[in-house]
Design a protein around this ligand. Structure first.
Ligand SMILES: C[S@@+](CC[C@H](N)C(=O)[O-])C[C@H]1O[C@@H](n2cnc3c(N)ncnc32)[C@H](O)[C@@H]1O
Length: 281
C-alpha cells in the first residue's frame, strides 16, 4: 500500500509490504504494553484456548507473539516433545529454547521453511487488526492448519470507550478528542481496522471451519488500573503521529494524568476472541 493522504497527515510511513506497525514492541514502553496486554487479556484468551486441550507433542504457532505470555502457555501444554513457533517482527521480549522456536519474521512474507505448517493450533491476538492484508493472512493461516487443527483469533473492536466519571467536562472533552484522533486518524493511517474483530466469525465460517465459538468481553477501567495504564503506554508510543494529527502537547499531558487518576473511569476496549477447527482428514 502506498502512503496515502491519512499517512501523510500523521507522518506515518508505510512500505511496499504493508508493514506499518504503529508501536515499538522492543522499547521499554513496548514492554509495558505487552505486560499490560497479558495482565488484561490472558484470562479471556485462555478461556477460549484451554478447552481445545492442546496435547504433549503437538505443534503450535503464535503469530505476533509480543511478550510471549500465550507462547509460554502453549509451551507448557506441548511439553518437550512439541514445538511452539513464535513469530514477530520484533522478538526483543521472546526467549528462544525448546519447545519455543522464536523467528523474527514479517508475516506478510508468508509461512515457509522452518515456520511452514502444518500446525495443530494457530493463535494470533491483537495482531491481525494491525495488518492491512489481514484477510489474505487469515486464509494463509487456515491453509497452514493440520486436518483437525484449531485457530484462535482475538482482537479489539471499535466500541466507543465512553467516559463514566470524570472531575470536569474539560477532562471528558480531552479524553474524547484524543480517543477520536487515535481511533479515527492515527489508527487507520497505521493500518488498524477495528471492524475486523466483528468479521472474525464470518471469516472462520467462510473458511469452512467447524466448532466456531467465541466471546465478547468489555470492562470498566479507572485511572491507575492496568487498562488505563495501557492507554498511557499506547499514547506515549504514538505521540508523534498524534501531534501530527493535531493533538496539542497539553492535551496529551492531561490525557496521561487522567490515566493515573482513580476518579476517572471509562469503558475499556471490547475484546472479541473466537476459535474454529479445520475438518479432520
Ligand atoms: C498488539 S501486539 C500483541 C502482542 C501479543 N499477541 C499479545 O496479545 O500480547 C502486536 C504484535 O504483533 C507484532 N507484529 C506487528 N506487525 C507484524 C508483522 N507484520 N508480522 C509479525 N508480527 C507483527 C508486533 O511487533 C507486536 O508484538
Amino acid at each position: 500500500m502506498a502512503a496515502g493522504p491519512a499517512a501523510a497527515k500523521t507522518g506515518l510511513m508505510t512500505d511496499t509490504r504493508n508493514t506499518q506497525y504503529l508501536f515499538k514492541t522492543g522499547s521499554d514502553l513496548g514492554l509495558q504494553h505487552m505486560n499490560f496486554l497479558a495482565e488484561i487479556f490472558d484470562r479471556h484468551t485462555f478461556g477460549v484456548l484451554d478447552p481445545i486441550a492442546v496435547r504433549a507433542g503437538q505443534r503450535c504457532l503464535d503469530l505476533g507473539a509480543g511478550g510471549g505470555s500465550v507462547t509460554r502457555r502453549l509451551a507448557d501444554q506441548v511439553g518437550p516433545t512439541g514445538e511452539v513457533v513464535a513469530i514477530d517482527i520484533d522478538t526483543t521480549h521472546l526467549t528462544d529454547g525448546p519447545p519455543i522456536a522464536v523467528h523474527r519474521h514479517d508475516i506478510n512474507d508468508g509461512l515457509s521453511g522452518p515456520i511452514a505448517g502444518p500446525y495443530d493450533l494457530i493463535h494470533a491476538r491483537l495482531t491481525l487488526t494491525h495488518l492491512p492484508r489481514r484477510d489474505a493472512i487469515f486464509t494463509e493461516l487456515v491453509d497452514a492448519l493440520a486436518p483437525g487443527g484449531w485457530i484462535v483469533i482475538g482482537d479489539a473492536s471499535g466500541r466507543p470507550l465512553s467516559v463514566l466519571s470524570a472531575r470536569s467536562e474539560q477532562d471528558v472533552a480531552v479524553w474524547k478528542r484524543i480517543q477520536h484522533l487515535s481511533h479515527e486518524v492515527v489508527s487507520p493511517a497505521g493500518g488498524i481496522d477495528f471492524g475486523w474483530a466483528h468479521r472474525i466469525d464470518d471469516a472462520m465460517a467462510g473458511a469452512g471451519l467447524t466448532n466456531v465459538h467465541g466471546i465478547e468481553v468489555s470492562e470498566t477501567v479507572n485511572g491507575g488500573s492496568p487498562g488505563a495504564l495501557l492507554h498511557a503506554a499506547l499514547n506515549l508510543q504514538a505521540r508523534e503521529p498524534l501531534l501530527a494529527a493535531g493533538a496539542e502537547p497539553r492535551e496529551l499531558e492531561r490525557y496521561q494524568e487522567l490515566t493515573r487518576d482513580p476518579e476517572f473511569r471509562t469503558w475499556f476496549y471490547q475484546f472479541i476472541c473466537l476459535r474454529g477447527r479445520k475438518a479432520p482428514a
